[in-house]
Design a protein around this ligand. Sequence first.
Ligand code: AMP
Ligand code: ZN
Length: 487
Amino acid sequence: MNDTTNHTLKLFNSLTRELEPFTPVHEGEARVYTCGPTVYNYQHIGNMRAYIFADLLGRTLSATGLKLTHIINITDVGHLTSDADVGDDKMEKAAASSGKSAWDIAKYYTDAYWWDIERLNIRQPAKWSIATDHVEEMIDFAKGIADKHCYELESGLYFDTSTVPDYGRLAGTQSDDVEGRIETVEGKRHPQDFAIWRKTPAGETRQMEWDSPWGKGAPGWHLECSQMSMKYLGETFDIHTGGIDHREIHHPNEIAQNQAHNCSEHSGANIWMHNNFLIDRAGKMSKSSGDFLRLQVLIDKGIHPLAYRLMCLQAHYRSELEFTWDNLVAALTRLKRMIIGVENLKTRLEKTDASAANDREHPKVTELRDQLWAAMADDLNSAKAIPLLEELLGLKKINAHQRFELLKEMDAIFGLQLETLTRENLRVKPEQVAISEEEIERQLDLRQQAKAEKDFAAADAIRDELTAQGVELMDGDPLRWEWSISI
Ligand code: AMP
Ligand code: ZN
């Protein structure tokens, strides 16, 4: 941590299941790898929780003064419909059912994902590493470990998990459930062994296939992340992140490959961090469940994407988070209140003499900064840190310059764009409502005028007309949000 705080950053390491102090591999730096999307479809808002978490981690590391190198990969080949070794490649399957090429599908959904990243104010990583750009290097990686750690079957090159120490330590005791999910491939030496190269079956042609010493085929999904993380971050780097489902198969397999490649017991990353799931009433949000919620659905209902970001930050990343529309609207309301607080603070700032910026820092501001860092250093406890921001906004009598500076420090971590977001941005604007905002505002002006002229019948008529169009007026709304549209 930098000198603004006395708190040592502690992060929960899934590997040891303990909170551990963060000590960078390279002094003054933090190197982080995040498992990115498989781009055969849109990401749902549950997936986006994984990147909001990784962004919170990255922002916190940057705020402590470390130079951050963050890599997020794009899986555009190799991820099967099952996390084990059976089923089709998700990309090929999507191509077959849509009639588009696998390459076009990858491009389309990568762009859609990047658009969501931007709208959630997730910072750009140092690099988006795209799996298909690295296949030759993946083949080299596989060649390097093939003799000692792999065996060939008709369907591909398999990793023998008994050749590395402590396989599956990350997953903990493998429950029957997990064992059950590892479907068997004929000839596998152990149920947990996995394909690092998958051969194109004889007589078939895949859209995405490459020549290799083991025949035409494609890299395994786990191989991709091992190769790309080491290429960009080094054989031993600081933190590897992903959703909690990766703790069971994907990350244990990456670790096994890293150990084999580095001829070491070390897992490759010092700390493995996993965000818990976004769930809904039906359970874990997933793409296989037919209709799934993506950010655009929230936006179409008129909800600003940063309300979803705030909803995620309100929960600790290791807790399950239930999605309901009520929770989302509550987060939006909370964000609106914050924006009003920031607007008031800005007004005060304009009226305050600039020389006040040099006053000794008010002890309450110092205390809030300390509490912020205490919360964030405690395994990124944003749920505890967010109310501090609200407390800061409420300190009306304290030097506006100092409050504004701390607000900026806080928002550098939360990423809620509090300095620039306006009330106008946060208005609920569902797509299906025909009436334009300009028209609503015009009607409101007319109503205001009618009231001023004591023509209450006319004022009521305007209200009724707006109600009929789905616009509800909120006279006396404590948030001074004069109207809303039900979603
Ligand atoms: P995928 O596109 O399926 O490879 O998933 C992208 C990321 O989202 C991975 O880190 C997953 O672990 C994570 N993830 C998947 N489902 C959820 C969920 N319901 N809540 C939070 N994270 C999830
Ligand atoms: Zn990965």
